[in-house]
Design a protein around this ligand. Structure first.
Ligand code: E4P
Length: 219
């Protein structure tokens, strides 16, 4: 399973990359706004900076919601760096744009996916990645992990190439369950990735090893 980090914060991206387990980055307009990145020039420069940190697969989201606008914006984003994946919302013109980019050989990430029907449409249009949002479904008392399982099953039935990129991952259990289900990728905040390190028995075990070593060495 691949790990993407879901942030536009350069320090967090560097920290995850330095850990040696990062496969890519996803951003969205809210995450860019959180970092105070606005204006075409600044946005482009920020994506370039992200691409300078990681090896590949940096999702950059279009703001337009009409076909022509998404094509124009997506082409501009794709020009920034070969590592860019154009992120397109799951709307009617978005599906057409995914098909267009697929024919052009430009990678896409279909975002804001909340149903199996939307997942089928995106795969048929040729999306490279599909982003179903787990946490936001959980927020409205539905089970986001059930959706991941359903989509993985459907994609397996038909051998679709589209990779399931589990998004809106809020905690380590989400990530571990996605691994059990067989999601291709998870994207999550840094704290979810580093949270995988934690176990109280690891901490107490290490403390004891160091204590015993110190005693034996007469320290
Ligand atoms: C996915 O690409 C989105 O950026 C993200 O995972 C949304 O997560 P949230 O629901 O925690 O905002």
């Amino acid at each position: 399973m691949k790990f993407f980090i879901d942030t536009a914060n350069l320090d967090e991206i560097k920290e995850a990359y330095d850990l040696g387990v990062l496969d890519g980055v996803t951003t969205n307009p809210s995450l860019m706004a959180k970092e105070g990145i606005t204006g075409d020039e600044n946005v482009r420069a920020h994506y370039k900076a992200i691409c300078g940190i990681v090896d590949d697969k940096v999702s950059a989201e279009v703001i337009s919601t009409d076909f022509d606008g998404m094509i124009r914006e997506g082409k501009e984003l794709a020009k920034i760096d070969d590592k860019i994946v154009v992120k397109i919302p799951m709307i009617k013109d978005g599906v057409k744009a995914i098909k267009y980019f697929s024919n052009e050989g430009i990678r896409t990430n279909c975002t804001l996916v909340f149903s199996a029907g939307q997942a089928i449409l995106a795969a048929k249009a040729g999306a490279t990645y599909l982003s179903p949002f787990i946490g936001r479904l959980d927020d409205i008392a539905l089970d986001g992990l059930d959706l991941i399982e359903q989509i993985v099953h459907i994609y397996h039935n038909y051998g679709y190439d589209t990779q399931v990129l589990a998004a809106s991952v809020r905690h380590t259990l989400h990530l571990i369950k996605c691994a059990e289900i067989g999601a291709d990728v998870v994207t999550c905040p840094l704290k979810v990735i580093t949270g995988l390190l934690n176990h109280p028995l690891t901490e107490s075990g290490l403390a004891k090893f160091l204590e015993d070593h110190a005693k034996a060495s007469g320290k």
